[in-house]
Design a binder for this molecule. Structure first.
Ligand code: ZN
Length: 960
């Protein structure tokens, strides 16, 4: 028996799992470019610490179906299996076993295939379509005939979906899943065959191939020839690691919005099977054991009412299985059930019982733990397989009950219990065709039904800014979504404006913060798509004008070029600036070498009114077939360009040949990458510019900033990066010179906080803690902006010096007085400030006011819901301009948890600022715009900053 030379201890283990032939396959047969058997370096797995416990003792196997080791060329769990190796196993099994159907369901950004394997009895597999058709009726109770549900429950297998390693660097799930798959496919004893009669098991063997392959490559690059047991060592990964997909999106938080192609493919695949059990296997810190659900409080109110009860039943069988081995584990201590965007919560909102596992992570290697215990990667895979098998046993034993629970959940979602005050969600398209289209696609792909109506009259309507009207009419297109439909739980969980923490959980959180400064909150406390998209929307008691529900998407806005008036010459082409597609039009037009300009005010032309931020391509400023170029770019951007016959703008707007159209400059973009840059934020911003806008982005290494000639770029983006000040400090002179020479420097979150330090000399914006004594001066600036938003002239005061309104005690009109609480700077202010920072929001929507006379804010209305995360409170006054400023304390919070201390720190602080420095500018965002790729309302500001910044806010050298 030929064995890999790096794993001499394997031969004994192969016998244990009953593998008849373990001839390693040549790497080329697996689609691998390397042969692990011939490598002189390897991931740390010293032979003396081999893990010798048998997986699934007592089961007999069909020797005709190869065990994983004989396909991989190494013992399962001796090192992490690659994507090609996992596919090779599944393909080998699918070719030989009548119990398996291997189905591709999508591709990753890097082109790797996503597959799932359906494993069940031969009979069930033959009848799979009929089984799924029956469960589909349970999923949509409107399709059920009388008595049909009971018949289906009695005769139909339950469905389990097992998903592994959605975080690519949490590796053991994949190998545990592979062991389990072989067990289920090749097992011949009754412990396996009886499971397969009662269950249809869908295994998603590797949810994040791009992340796993990236992490494997990092591990391998750091691997040595001598085993290292040190878990802290470099051989356990480095920036950007493997958690996210290609663009580093955390796909365990992507289920709400499907920014990743993997998520969108998975939405479709899962909905075909309507699972009753959904497992999502992860890893956690190294010196830990094994966590599984029931989950921690609080539980999102839209999740199934019996969720925790069911999770507790599943947990009992995992506990029994683990106790039989003497393994450590725990439940409920963390991973709360509040955010509805996780894999397990999405599946539970679909009616499954979602279960999370967290295995201690060893990064595919053998490590020495703090206790001195040696932990092997193979043991981690064993835990994952054992937990999944226990869950399958629970489901098989409770098959009919699980189907009944599923049917009951879907029935309640569809028909309700009469308790909803406002069961209708209505969203208006308004000027945001692209955003509206995207929102509806996100909902439709998750199986949510909606209807389009040309207008609607709403009763008892609550809008997204908290206003309530007894009656509200819209006279243009809306989408109407009922909360009572088969996916009604998702509708409510994702669209409800302000799901509030239960009081008991608030008290517990407060106690933790007061005593320990630790938050128990696992993730963001706000997420609703209405605020994230910044579209006008309502929850209403009733809606007139909505037709029958339909899942048809609205036709995409017509893209291309409008015909010029017959016989008239064309002066130019105009694209309206409200729709987000206009920024892509500008980006692509600049790339194509077109000269174009940005309007700073609304105007009329071509028989239409155009918003500020509209784009003008003048014929005489461009060469060649301009119409053809404009048309081609407009199609790529999905927008309509309107031909104008004249430079004259009728009405009050400015003429097209004048000074209210700023010539744009092609952005030449650099973005900082590598440590200490926050990788998920970096990935999101990179995805926006590269994937969505189609702009080339040069990724600079933060560790070698001095090695670049910044003059090649006119935009430099600093994503959030803790500790970036020390990275920038050696290069401050060069950075300042670059900005003053015309550069647009954009800093976000903690990077904005670093730039706000006086010592860096790059911005006049300051962090709150640095200007406590001067807060009244900053508040005065906020107050002047507020006054400018609602101009009220007292003519008597102007002409005669006597105010018409009664003066207050101090002789000033009451409205000009800043809020007293914010003015009080007591001697202990610094200590107070540090204390208040402890209560920073972990993701909340805050109301912000927009300066509507700035290029940076085109496409935004007067108010903006801003997703805010963290403790940075930025304060600005002249010479910096505050483009977006948070509201005053009383109406600041829109959604999510905002403690009073945080409310006070953030009220009237700056979200987005722009400041001229020489020929260039510095733009700061206090929190990440476009967070997680599904916040187009704030994402628009970032797009404006990058695409319009070099032309509209700076004077870089014009390079043609
Ligand atoms: Zn994870």
């Amino acid at each position: 028996m030929q064995l890999p030379s790096v794993l001499p201890a394997v031969s004994a283990l192969l016998v244990l799992i009953g593998c008849a032939s373990a001839q390693p396959r040549p790497a080329s047969q697996l689609g691998e470019a390397r042969d692990p058997a011939r490598a002189s370096v390897r991931l740390s797995a010293p032979e003396e610490h081999a893990y010798e416990q048998e997986f699934f003792p007592g089961t007999t196997y069909d020797a005709a179906l190869p065990a994983p080791a004989s396909i991989l060329g190494f013992e399962l769990g001796a090192q992490p299996a690659s994507h090609a190796q996992v596919l090779a196993c599944w393909r080998a099994w699918a070719a030989k076993s009548p119990r398996v159907k291997l189905e591709p369901y999508g591709h990753t950004h890097e082109g790797r295939e996503l597959v799932h394997g359906v494993v069940t009895s031969e009979k069930n597999l033959r009848e799979l379509d009929a089984i799924l058709a029956r469960i589909d009726k349970l999923a949509d109770p409107r399709k059920l005939a009388a008595g049909e549900e009971e018949r289906i429950r009695a005769t139909t297998p339950a469905v389990a979906w097992l998903g592994y390693s959605i975080h690519g660097d949490e590796m053991s799930g994949v190998d545990g899943g592979l062991a389990l798959a072989h067990h289920l496919i090749a097992g011949t004893s009754s412990d396996v065959t009886e499971l397969l009669e009662k269950l249809v098991i869908v295994i998603d063997p590797m949810q994040n191939p791009d992340g796993r392959e990236r992490f494997l490559a990092l591990l391998l690059q750091a691997a040595g020839a001598t085993p290292v047991l040190d878990g802290e060592a470099l051989s356990h990964g480095r920036w950007p690691n493997g958690r996210g997909n290609h663009y580093l999106f955390d796909m365990n938080r992507d289920w709400i919005a499907g920014t990743a192609p993997e998520t969108r493919a998975r939405w479709k695949a899962v909905q075909r099977f309507h699972p009753q059990l959904f497992v999502d296997a992860h890893e956690m810190g190294r010196d830990d054991s094994y966590l599984f659900y029931p989950q921690a409080d609080p539980i999102n109110p839209h999740l199934p009412r019996q969720l925790v009860e069911w999770q507790t039943r599943y947990a009992a069988d995992i506990a029994k299985a683990f106790d039989a081995h003497g393994w450590s584990y725990y439940t409920r201590e963390w991973a709360d059930g509040w955010g509805p965007f996780y894999t397990d919560s999405w599946s539970s909102l679909n009616g499954a019982i979602g279960i999370l596992y967290e295995q201690a992570r060893y990064d595919g290697q053998t490590v020495e733990l703090e206790s001195g215990e040696i932990a092997t990667y193979r043991s981690a895979a064993h835990h994952q397989a054992e937990a999944s098998l226990a869950n399958l046993r629970t489901l098989a034993a409770a098959r009919e009950e699980a189907l009944a629970h599923y049917a009951e959940f879907r029935r309640l979602a569809t028909f309700g219990d009469g308790s909803l005050e406002r069961p209708w969600f209505v969203v208006r398209k308004g000027p945001h065709a692209a955003r509206f289209q995207r929102l509806l696609a996100v909902l439709a792909e998750q199986g949510i039904e909606y209807a389009l109506a040309p207008s609607a009259k709403l009763r008892n309507a609550l809008d997204s800014f908290g206003g309530v009207s007894a009656e509200h009419s819209t006279d243009d297109e809306v989408a109407v979504i009922s909360a009572l439909q088969p996916q009604g739980a998702l509708v409510r969980a994702y669209l409800e404006f302000d799901t509030r923490y239960p009081k008991a959980d608030l008290e517990r959180e407060r106690r933790e913060l007061e005593l320990k400064g630790n938050s128990k909150i696992y993730d963001s406390t706000a997420w609703n798509l209405g605020h994230a998209f910044g579209l006008e929307c309502w929850w209403a008691q009733s809606v007139d004008g909505a037709g029958a529900a339909s899942a048809a998407l609205p036709a995409a806005a017509s893209a291309g070029i409008s015909a010029a008036p017959a016989g008239a010459p064309v002066y130019g082409w105009i694209v309206d600036g409200m729709d987000d597609g206009s920024v892509k039009f500008a980006a692509q037009a600049l790339q194509a070498g077109l000269a174009l300009s940005l309007a700073d005010e609304p105007f009329e032309s071509a028989g239409r009114r155009f918003a500020r931020g509209s784009l003008l391509v003048r014929a005489h400023e461009n060469k060649g077939d301009v119409a053809a170029k404009v048309e081609s770019v407009a199609r790529v951007a999905g927008v309509q360009a309107f031909a104008a016959a004249s430079a004259r703008a009728p009405g009050e707007g400015h003429d097209l040949g004048g000074q209210h159209f700023e010539l744009l400059e092609r952005p030449r973009i650099a973005m900082l990458s590598n440590a200490p840059v926050a990788n998920t934020s970096f990935g999101q911003l990179w995805h926006t510019l590269d994937f969505e806008l189609g702009l080339p982005v040069s990724l600079l290494d933060a560790q070698d900033l001095g090695g670049y000639d910044l003059r090649r770029y006119n935009v430099l983006v600093l994503p959030p990066a803790g500790g970036i000040a020390s990275v920038l400090e050696p290069h401050l002179d060069a950075l300042r010179a670059w900005v003053e020479g015309g550069g647009t420097l954009i800093a976000i979150g903690s990077s904005a906080g670093a730039l706000a330090r006086e010592s860096l000399g790059l911005s006049s914006v300051r962090r709150r803690e640095d200007v406590l004594a001067k807060l009244p001066e900053y508040l005065f600036a906020a107050q002047r902006e507020r006054a400018a938003r609602s101009i009220a002239i007292d003519e008597q005061l102007v002409w005669s010096g006597v105010p018409a309104s009664a003066p207050t005690a101090d002789g000033k009109p009451a409205e000009s007085k800043p809020p007293s609480s914010a003015l009080a700077v007591d001697p202990d202010a610094e200590r107070e400030e540090r204390w208040r920072q402890r209560f920073a929001p972990q993701g909340a929507f805050l109301r912000a006011h927009v300066r509507e006379d700035l290029w940076l804010t085109v496409g935004a209305g007067a108010q903006l819901p801003v997703f805010f995360d963290g403790s940075l409170s930025l304060w600005s006054r002249a010479p910096a301009t505050t483009a977006v400023r948070f509201s005053a304390a009383p109406d600041l919070r829109l959604s999510g948890l905002l403690w009073p201390e945080a409310r006070e720190r953030l009220a009237e602080s700056a979200y987005a600022t722009v400041e001229r420095r020489g020929a260039g500018q510095v733009i700061l965002f206090a929190s990440e715009p476009g967070f997680r790729g599904f916040h187009p309302a704030t994402g628009r500001l970032f797009r404006n900053a990058v695409v319009y910044g070099p032309g509209a806010g700076a004077n870089p050298p014009r390079l043609r």
